[in-house]
Ligand binder design. Structure first.
Ligand code: ADP
Length: 739
């Protein structure tokens, strides 16, 4: 309670007390009237006093004036009683009763009005009585000056003491309130302190809990990684059998139906593998285990390789798959080639999946470059497909989310591709951005921070086009993007492109301008296709060279005589330059029809790249797969089923290559490699053949002294590439020794 509140309480209590006292005073008047019949005085003066008090109290509710009126009223009651009792001396004591009653308001000033009334009353009435005026009834004893003075002094003392008391009481109360408030504050503080202490304890407990949860989560994460590594290994091992065997099956002579079945097995196997890889990648990135390489690589090769994967599919769908790298983009950059390919593959694969007609375009631009050769590149993948509704755009990069989530959805997929891509791009210090219009297409673009590469790489094949400067090339294509790209490419080689968006326009240009040196035409065009155009050109300008850009799978072999060369789209830049060179230098003119379907396992492979191969593999199915593949390639591999035997065999004979499984009974691949490296004089090339593909596995192999690494399921191309690489390396080292 504060001071104001306390005063209010005092006032209320005093007011209600006064109500009783006033009634008592009024009734006392009536009782006294009985003695001398002073009824009029009792009712008149008593009634007026009560009326004055209550009128003031009710009329001025916010003022304390009524208390001062009360003080006077109590004095008047005393005078009334003295009169009623004809000057009876004891009636004077009512002044003291009134004075005592007033203490209850705890206000010393209230003593003053009553004191004034008493003084005035005593002075006038004693004077009047002593003057001999009749019926004054002031005092029954002699009330001379001396009595008056003593009387007044004693009254003053009483009024003073009562006033002092009221004052002290007020002070004491205020002090008490102040102390109470202090105590209240202290109590509050103590409470807050207690609360704080409890909060701190709760916080500490929560922290302990969180720490425990974090440790548990870390353990769970580790367990998850181990689980994923094990699962990956366990799934990859049988998958190696499925994919390997179906690849081998595809190499045998099959009926159409059997080939169809085999292809289905291969495709399903590969897509299952993709799903596993996606999940593994995702969890690797999630757990922060993904580290990116910082090596020099050629951006053009990277993009061309990715587009190569989709060439056949684009042809099948009738889509134009084109790319353009701005001229100011440095081609050799530093970064993780493989991961960039992964992002690009994913975006291009999505673009192809969600585009029925039109084109898929990949473009590279410089966003920022500085003197210290730091670079920010933007790579965009634009399609003319179904597009994405604006409200779905923000969900795209969430794991496992797809725009169409209905069970009847048309397009398959795990919904992980974009989530992985975004995370990889973040690791490359870039951002992904998407723009899309439903029905018009989407553009996924991402930036990467990189630097201009300085190392000497195996050069990207460059042909010297300087001799051809100023030659006019007629480019015929109905796809505008393609035309624009070819134009900028030809201009870069200082050739003069002349563009035509249809075969008819092309022929028209030829009829007007006989200075054209070469025709570069697309195959698929409305009204007149590339073949018909070439037939016309041959008829009218028999010596004019024509190069056809065809999609993979378009059967142009019967018409190959019409063209100097037939190139598969998307054309690699060096292939295009080589063919233009050949076409414009007839002495080199060899018809360069690119083989559309290459046999993946040519039996002559071992003649070109002779190798003695030892295979260390314990799993029966995997043994079968790898031996079959190697036999198909024309090799005669030797098989051992564990590491110990591999060491023994390698000591007895000189193998060029050991294909070494990692997990084997008795002695694993790592241990076997270490022993071979430590104990043998003749050192073979050791290639790990393993289903462990988690981060660190590759390093472990290389640290143990292995030269290379092939992950299971074995891809035929990867295996042949590695065999080729190490065979060439062997040849080179022999040459060095010989010279
Ligand atoms: P998924 O493996 O399902 O393709 P992604 O993460 O790669 O997973 O893609 C998620 C979803 O984003 C797709 O299912 C599709 O709905 C939408 N999407 C991605 N790219 C495109 C695109 N180029 N055009 C239209 N929709 C796309």
């Amino acid at each position: 309670m504060n001071t104001d509140g306390f005063r209010l309480a005092v006032k209320k209590r005093a007011d209600s007390l006064i109500n009783y006292f006033l009634i008592g005073f009024f009734l006392t008047g009536l009782i006294l009237a009985i003695f001398y019949g002073t009824w009029l005085i009792a009712f008149g003066v008593g009634g007026l006093c009560l009326a004055a008090y209550y009128l003031c109290k009710i009329g001025l509710p916010n003022s304390n004036l009524y208390q001062y009126i009360l003080s006077m009223v109590l004095g008047i009651f005393m005078a009334q009683y003295i009169y009623q009792m004809h000057g009876m001396f004891e009636m004077h004591f009512f002044a003291f009763i009134g004075s005592a009653i007033l203490i209850t308001y705890q206000n010393w000033k209230l003593q003053i009005p009553m004191m004034l009334v008493v003084v005035i009353h005593h002075a006038t009435l004693s004077y009047l009585q002593n003057s001999g005026i009749d019926k004054i009834y002031f005092s029954q004893t002699d009330f001379d000056l001396q009595t008056f003075i003593i009387h007044t002094l004693l009254a003053a003392v009483i009024f003073f003491i009562c006033g002092l008391w009221a004052y002290q009481l007020k002070k004491y109360s205020e002090k008490y309130i102040h102390q109470s408030m202090q105590v209240g504050l202290l109590q509050k503080e103590a409470l807050i302190h207690l609360e704080r202490k409890q909060n701190a304890e709760a916080l500490e407990k929560a922290y302990e809990k969180a720490e425990k949860a974090r440790l548990e989560a870390e353990l769970a994460n580790q367990a998850k990684s181990v689980f994923l590594a094990t699962m990956s290994h366990e799934i990859r091992t049988p998958m190696n059998g499925v994919i390997g065997m179906s690849s081998l099956l595809a190499e045998t002579s099959l009926s159409d139906q059997q080939r169809d079945y085999t292809n289905t097995i291969t495709t399903c196997g590969e897509s299952l593998l993709n799903v596993i890889n996606d999940i593994l990648d995702f969890s690797k990135i999630e757990s922060g285990n993904m580290e990116l390489e910082q090596e020099d690589f050629n951006l053009r090769i990277c993009i061309e390789d990715v587009l190569d994967i989709f060439g056949t599919k684009a042809a099948g769908l009738g889509l134009d798959l084109v790319y353009h790298i701005d001229n100011n983009v440095p081609l050799q950059i530093v970064g993780d080639d493989l991961r960039l390919r992964q992002v690009l593959t994913n975006l291009v694969s999505n673009a192809m999946k969600f585009t029925q007609k039109g084109e898929v375009f990949v473009g590279v631009h410089v966003v920022k470059s500085d003197e210290s050769e730091n670079l920010k590149l933007q790579i965009e993948v634009r399609d003319t497909g179904i597009g994405i509704p604006p409200d779905k755009l923000n969900r795209l990069f969430k794991a496992f989310s797809q725009v169409d989530t209905s069970t009847t959805r048309k397009y398959g997929g795990t919904g992980l591709g974009l989530a992985i891509s975004e995370k990889l791009v973040k690791l490359m210090k870039g951002e992904v951005h998407v723009e899309s219009m439903v029905g018009q297409g989407s553009t996924f673009s991402f930036t990467i921070k990189t630097a201009v590469g300085k190392k000497v790489l195996t050069a990207y094949t460059h042909y010297d086009m300087a001799d051809l400067q100023g030659k006019k090339i007629l480019v015929i294509d109905d796809n505008m993007t393609n035309l624009a790209i070819l134009k900028s490419q030809l201009e870069l080689w200082k050739l003069i492109p002349v563009l035509a968006d249809s075969a008819e326009v092309g022929l028209d240009i030829l009829s007007k301008d006989i200075q054209i040196d070469l025709v570069l035409t697309d195959m698929q065009m409305p009204f007149m296709d590339g073949i018909e155009l070439a037939q016309n050109v041959r008829k009218q300008y028999p010596s004019l060279p024509v190069i056809l850009l065809s999609s993979v799978g378009e059967d142009c072999k019967d018409h190959s005589h019409l063209f100097n060369s037939i190139l598969n789209k998307p054309v690699r830049q060096h292939v295009l330059s080589k063919n233009i060179l050949e076409a414009l230098h007839p002495q080199n003119n060899s018809l360069a029809v690119e083989k559309n379907i290459q046999q993946k396992l040519p039996g002559t492979f071992s003649e070109k790249f002779p190798l003695e191969i030892l295979v260390a593999e314990d799993n029966l199915i995997n043994q079968k797969v790898i031996l079959h593949i190697l036999h198909k390639l024309g090799y005669k591999p030797v098989l051992v089923e564990n590491g110990a035997k591999a060491v023994e065999k390698a000591g007895q004979e000189q193998y060029d290559i050991i294909l070494m499984d990692m997990q084997m009974p008795e002695m694993d691949g790592i241990q076997a490699t270490r022993l071979i490296r430590e104990s043998l004089e003749w050192q073979p090339t050791i290639i790990a053949l393993t289903a462990n593909t988690m981060q660190g596995d590759q390093e472990e192999c290389l640290n143990a002294g292995m030269n290379d690494y092939i992950s299971k399921p074995v891809k035929l191309e990867e295996l042949t590439n590695k065999l080729e690489k190490w065979s060439l390396a062997k040849k080179e080292s022999l040459n060095v020794v010989a010279s």
